[in-house]
Design a protein around this ligand. Structure first.
Ligand SMILES: C[S@@+](CC[C@H](N)C(=O)[O-])C[C@H]1O[C@@H](n2cnc3c(N)ncnc32)[C@H](O)[C@@H]1O
Length: 566
C-alpha cells in the first residue's frame, strides 16, 4: 500500500513508521481494509522494541552544547536558526541554573541584531529573573540601555488587530451575527450558512482554538499550547525537554488539560507521532479533565444517547463559559466518512494507546477493560474528526506549522475551490474574513488549499471534493469583458503590490482591493480578471494579518518588561 504522505512529513516519528511496516507485514493484504482498531492495538502492544524509547531529561551539559551551536549560527548571522538553538538549549537547561538565564540573554542578543528591541528587553528581563551570572551582567545591562534608547526613538506602536467588524452573535461573541449551521447531506456534512449578506472585508469569525497542534519539527519554534510562532519570550516546560510556551498562562492551561498526561512520556509520544494525529488523544484528555478525571462518567456520557448525534455549537451560549457543556457538543463531531487513509489513523490510535498506558496517571485513571477500549476507540474517533485534511502550507494561509486546530465553529467551515472567505490561524485563533460578497442563503466556504484562481499542483485531500468547481455543475468561468475603469482600478491594485516606498500602506492596499471585489463581484465573478484581483486581495490580507500579529507581539513584550520593571 502506498503512503498518502510525503517523506518530508515522515522525517520525524520514526517509531510510527517502523510500527506501520510491522503491522503491514502482520496483516498482509488485509491491511488498510481491516477496520478493527483493537487488533491494531493488540499487535502494537507486542512491539516493545519499537515503542520503548528512553525519555530525555534536563541536562546542563546538553544545554551548553546547544547554546554554543546557537552562538556559531549567531556569528554567521543566521539569526532565526540561532533562535531555535537557543530555544532548544532553554528547554534542556536545568531549573535554577545559569544555563537558563544565559539562553535568555543570548536570545536577547539575536533580537537586538534583528532590531526587535522590545523582544530583546523582554528576554533581558527573563535573564535577570533567572539569576544571570554577575560577572556577565555589565554587558547585559549595556544592551538593555541600548535597547531603551532605540525603543524611545521608535514610533509609538499602533495596534490594528483584525477583530470582528460586523455585529456579533450575542451568544457566540467570536462569530458574526447572521451565521448558522446547516447539514448539507450527501455533500459536505455540517457547514456554515449565511443568513444575511456580507461584504468583502467583513471579519466574521475570530475564534480562540480549544487545542492546537504543530508539526513535530516546530517543537522549538512554536508555543506548545496555542502554537503561536517564535515569540520573544518562549519559556520551557519545567518537567520535560519537549515543550516551550509563549506565556505562563499557556503553560498552566496546557498542563491542566493535556500535558500532565504527556510530560513523563514525551519522547515515547514523539516517537509515534504521525504528522498531527496527536490532536485526537489531546481532545480525549481535554474531555477527561472536564469530566473531573472520571473516565467512567465520560464513557457513560459519550456512549449514551445524549452523547450521540450531530453536534451543533450554535445551540450553546458561549457567554456561560461552561467548558464541559461545550465539550459535550464538540465531541459529537460531524458527518465524516471513513477515508482512504483511515489505516494511518488506526495505527496512530493503537500506538498512542500503547504509549499512554505506560503513563502512571493514565493507568491509574483508565482501569477496566471497557474503559481502556473506550480510550482506544475515542482516540480513533477524535483523530478521524480532527485530522481529516492536510493543510497545504505552501498556500500560506495556514500560518506557520500549525496543522491541527480544534475549534467549535471554525471547524464547520467546508472547503470550496471557489471560496467566499479566507481563513487564518495566527495567534492560536481561527479567523474568517469575507473574500467576495456573500448573499443570504449561500454556504460560507473557505479553501483548504487549491482555488480556481490559484490551483495547487500536488495538493492532496482525504475526501472527494464536492465543491461546485470540482462537480462542474452550474459553475463556469464568465467570459465577460471588463470595463476600462475596472482595468484602471486593477492596475492601481497591481502597482500597490510592488509599493516599497511606504506611501501606500497595508490599509490602503486592503481598501483598494476590497472596493474592487465588492464592486465587480456580481457581474464578473467567476472570471479570470476578477480571479487575479481576489488573489491580490488575499495577499494583502495575509500581509495585514502578519503586521497585526507582529504589533500584538511587540505590545505584549512592552507589557511584559514594564511589569518586570515595577
Ligand atoms: C473542517 S471539516 C468541515 C465540517 C464538516 N463538514 C463536519 O460535518 O464536521 C472538514 C471535512 O468536511 C468535509 N468537506 C469539507 N469540504 C468538502 C468538500 N468540498 N467536499 C467534500 N467534503 C468536504 C470533509 O469530510 C472534510 O474532511
Amino acid at each position: 500500500m502506498t503512503s498518502f504522505y510525503s517523506d518530508r512529513d515522515r522525517k520525524v516519528g520514526r517509531g510510527y513508521n517502523t510500527l506501520m511496516l510491522k503491522l503491514l507485514a502482520q496483516f498482509g493484504d488485509d491491511f488498510g481494509f481491516n477496520l478493527d482498531v483493537e487488533l491494531y492495538r493488540d499487535n502494537a502492544l507486542t512491539q516493545t522494541a519499537i515503542l520503548d524509547v528512553p525519555e530525555q531529561s534536563k541536562c546542563n551539559r546538553k544545554a551548553a552544547q546547544m547554546r554554543q551551536d546557537g552562538n556559531r549560527l549567531y556569528v554567521a548571522k543566521k539569526f532565526d536558526d540561532a533562535l531555535l538553538k537557543y530555544n532548544e538549549s532553554i528547554c534542556f537547561a536545568e531549573a535554577g541554573s545559569d544555563q537558563l538565564a544565559m539562553g535568555y540573554a543570548n536570545r536577547s542578543a539575536v533580537f537586538f541584531e534583528q532590531g526587535e528591541f522590545e523582544f530583546a528587553l523582554a528576554n533581558i528581563a527573563l535573564a535577570k529573573r533567572h539569576k544571570y551570572p554577575e560577572h556577565l551582567m555589565p554587558k547585559l545591562v549595556a544592551r538593555e540601555h541600548n535597547c531603551w534608547e532605540k525603543v524611545e526613538a521608535k514610533e509609538k506602536l499602533h495596534f490594528s488587530r483584525m477583530a470582528i467588524n460586523v455585529n456579533v452573535n450575542p451568544k457566540i461573541p467570536f462569530v458574526a451575527d447572521g451565521i448558522a449551521m446547516k447539514v448539507y447531506n450527501d455533500e459536505h456534512g455540517r457547514g456554515l450558512i449565511a443568513e444575511k449578506d456580507f461584504q468583502a472585508g467583513a471579519v466574521i469569525m475570530n475564534e480562540k482554538a480549544v487545542l492546537t497542534l504543530t508539526t513535530l519539527d516546530a517543537q522549538y519554534s512554536n508555543c506548545g499550547h496555542c502554537s503561536v510562532k517564535l515569540t520573544y519570550n518562549m519559556i520551557p516546560c519545567p518537567g520535560c525537554v519537549s515543550m516551550l510556551y509563549c506565556s505562563e498562562e499557556c503553560l498552566q492551561e496546557n498542563e491542566r488539560f493535556t500535558h500532565r498526561f504527556e510530560c513523563a512520556i514525551a519522547d515515547k509520544l514523539r516517537n509515534v507521532m504521525d504528522y498531527s494525529t496527536m490532536i485526537g488523544p489531546k481532545q480525549f484528555f481535554y474531555g477527561l479533565t472536564l469530566f473531573g478525571d472520571d473516565v467512567q462518567a465520560m464513557m457513560d456520557y459519550c456512549n449514551g444517547e445524549a452523547g450521540k448525534g450531530v453536534g451543533n455549537p450554535f445551540e450553546l451560549d458561549f457567554r456561560k463559559k461552561d467548558l464541559l457543556e461545550q465539550f459535550k457538543v464538540m465531541q459529537k463531531g460531524g458527518v465524516h466518512h471513513i477515508t482512504e487513509v483511515d489505516y494511518t489513523y488506526r495505527v496512530s490510535a493503537a500506538a498512542f494507546y500503547a504509549q499512554f498506558m505506560k503513563h502512571p496517571l493514565v493507568s491509574q485513571i483508565v482501569k477496566t477493560k471497557a474503559q481502556r477500549d473506550f480510550m482506544l476507540h475515542t482516540f480513533l474517533k477524535y483523530i478521524r474528526s480532527c485530522y481529516t485534511l492536510i493543510m497545504d502550507k505552501r498556500v500560506g494561509h495556514m500560518h506557520g506549522p500549525t496543522v491541527s486546530m480544534l475549534t467549535f465553529v471554525g471547524a464547520l467551515c467546508n472547503h470550496s475551490c471557489d471560496p467566499n472567505v479566507f481563513f487564518s490561524t495566527r495567534n492560536g485563533r481561527y479567523t474568517l474574513i469575507v473574500l467576495r460578497p456573500i448573499r443570504k442563503g449561500e454556504q460560507i466556504v473557505t479553501s483548504y488549499g487549491p482555488t480556481w484562481w490559484e490551483p495547487c499542483p500536488g495538493y492532496k485531500c482525504t475526501y472527494t471534493c464536492r465543491c461546485p468547481v470540482c462537480k462542474k455543475t452550474n459553475w463556469a468561468l464568465k467570459k465577460k469583458e471588463f470595463p476600462q475603469a475596472a482595468y484602471r482600478h486593477l492596475m492601481l491594485i497591481t502597482a500597490a503590490t510592488h509599493s516599497t516606498t511606504g506611501v501606500i500602506n497595508n490599509a490602503d492596499q486592503l481598501n483598494m482591493a476590497q472596493q474592487f471585489v465588492n464592486r465587480y463581484a456580481e457581474n464578473y465573478h467567476p472570471g479570470e480578471v476578477f480571479g487575479a484581483a481576489i488573489r491580490i486581495y488575499r495577499q494583502f490580507l495575509n500581509a495585514g494579518l502578519d503586521l497585526a500579529e507582529k504589533k500584538l507581539e511587540q505590545m505584549r513584550a512592552v507589557a511584559f518588561w514594564e511589569a518586570f520593571d515595577d
